[in-house]
Ligand binder design. Structure first.
Ligand SMILES: *[C@@H]1O[C@H](CO)[C@@H](O)[C@H](O)[C@H]1NC(C)=O
Ligand SMILES: *[C@@H]1O[C@H](CO)[C@@H](O)[C@H](O)[C@H]1NC(C)=O
Length: 173
């Protein structure tokens, strides 16, 4: 319980410590960690923290790095945008499921330059804790339930109660 509270407190402190330029905007999204419910000491990030088209999205021990900090917008996730590239003036990168024609169980997740409204970068957070790819029945999925660092995330058919698909997003809402 104590560790859990510390984790919450840490994430709040981290969220508050996000770049002031973003937080200062009224109603602006903030950056938060996205954690698998199976182990909330793990966070969604991307391999090596490399900001590039196609870098695979993985889980890793939470370490408060910018690459584990995702910008969300309200109760929905119109994009899961990694925030830090915005602060360096380069492209921003979003969680990306690849071309819709190729959606299938087991497709690995990556980051790609964010494009507003792009279907493969549009995700909805469900009340169940699932993060559903918009207009599909695919959900962000912890591959094989494997919590090992650098396990690459995938999409899989949304299934009620599948704990591989339940994520803790420390939303302010
Ligand atoms: C933090 O985690 C990311 C993966 O999410 C990893 O690339 C990076 O090397 C880690 N940083 C440290 C300091 O461990
Ligand atoms: C990423 O890909 C997009 C096209 O989808 C392109 O416009 C952009 O320049 C690429 N960014 C990098 C850093 O290669």
């Amino acid at each position: 319980m104590f560790a859990f509270l510390v984790a919450i407190a840490t994430s709040i402190v981290f969220a508050v410590a996000a770049p002031a330029s973003l937080d200062a905007r009224a109603g602006a999204p903030i950056a938060v960690p996205v954690r698998p419910i199976l182990d909330t000491s793990k966070c969604m990030g991307f391999v090596g923290g490399v900001y590039a088209n196609g870098t695979q999205v993985d889980i890793f021990d939470c370490n408060e790095s910018a690459s584990q900090s995702w910008e969300i917008d309200g109760g929905n996730l119109p994009g899961l945008t990694s925030i830090s590239s915005a602060t360096t003036g380069t492209d921003t990168f979003c969680l990306d499921a690849g071309l819709p024609a190729n959606y299938a169980n087991g497709v690995q997740m990556k980051i790609w330059k964010c494009f507003s409204g792009l279907a493969q970068q549009t995700w909805n957070k469900m009340a169940s804790g699932q993060i559903q790819l918009a207009n599909t029945n695919f959900c962000l999925d912890l591959t094989n339930g494997d919590l090992t660092n650098r396990n690459i995330l995938q999409i899989w058919t949304c299934t009620a109660g599948n704990t591989n698909q339940i994520w803790q997003v420390n939303s302010p809402q």
